[in-house]
Design a protein around this ligand. Sequence first.
Ligand SMILES: C[S@@+](CC[C@H](N)C(=O)[O-])C[C@H]1O[C@@H](n2cnc3c(N)ncnc32)[C@H](O)[C@@H]1O
Length: 383
Amino acid sequence: MPAADLAYPQAAEAFWLERVAESVGPGTEGLERLAADVARLSDLFTTERPAGAYPDYFSDPAALAAYGIFFLPQGWTRAGCALDQCMRFRGWRPAAAAPRVLDVGCGPGSCGISVAHSLVKAGRGPSELIGIDHSPAALASFEALASTVLGREITVKTRLSDAQAPEGWPEGSFDLIVAGFVINELDQVGPDGAQAWMEAACARLAPGGLLLVIEPALRFAAERLLKASDDLAATGRFLRLGPQLDALPSPLLASGRDHWEHESCAWTAPDSAQFVNRKLHRDLREVRFSYAAFLRGSPAVDPPAGSARIVSDIQTIKGLVRFIVVAQGREQQIEVATRGMSKHEVKLFAGRLARGCVVGIGQSTAPKVRLSGPGELVTLWSP
Ligand SMILES: C[S@@+](CC[C@H](N)C(=O)[O-])C[C@H]1O[C@@H](n2cnc3c(N)ncnc32)[C@H](O)[C@@H]1O
């Protein structure tokens, strides 16, 4: 399967460069000044919860511009990657001829505008995109960015609304609800409330509608989301569409191992983000994240028999490429013999695999499976 085109639109980068110029100054000098705001936001997003409530960081124009230049393109790519797995691998399409998309805790639009953009490219553009947040500055920015990137074909609306209370969200049902990096900011949801929140969000879906919840790859956030996803999948009320291949509980959650389930997706950061990163030295070669996707009602394409999901990094050692998969609720170590291959061939082969890829490994359920060469491994989906 060809990889999805997750390219971040140049129009979006240009939009944020204008916000930088307005808030801290134009050109490279403005971007240099922005690095401190990026670092402050980064500290905020990598702690489990700051003391007291989360501040409205988007009310400060410099912080908003820092988010738009550095974090928003990453969120855009993560949301696009998660939706791509649901669409290309599991065959999801909005059922309605005029789909409605809701972005909960939308901020300036990383996830909602990204998924709307992907749907347009897939020929299923939404008729309506609604963003809800409790930050007025974020909502104003969402509307401006959406009209820059999506044009006037799609009706874009925003509303000040509490992400914690799905029954109070805008009326009607939705074909796609996306909630990116918001659950851990919701006081009333807390560490144990994510399952109930996701279930209530699923109840706001139209038949055939999709809920996409995206969270950081940090262990505490990824494991909390996975536990909620496992619990919701076990109820059988909604169909788990991804990233796990079935409704069976994750064997990694119980194992206490030093690896945990999360996704990674290679990307090319926009030039402006790379410029800001010259002093920050964050790893921008790939984006990491966790996600949960649930479907209301209509059936999806089942993963082919023998499908397995890669849940570790890829190790290349002498004569072997090695990684861990989860298949049918079991953890398996896969070793692919590379004897007789040149270093270049091994690098190419290993480079095509990544955490989150779905591969076909045959029917063995043994804890360790040895394949005689790359020809025995089929890539079914890769981010
Ligand atoms: C880390 S930002 C993520 C923004 C956007 N979803 C993204 O992926 O870039 C979290 C967002 O959730 C919003 N938020 C937090 N608590 C909220 C609440 N109770 N109701 C509505 N929005 C909330 C914040 O204002 C912020 O815009």
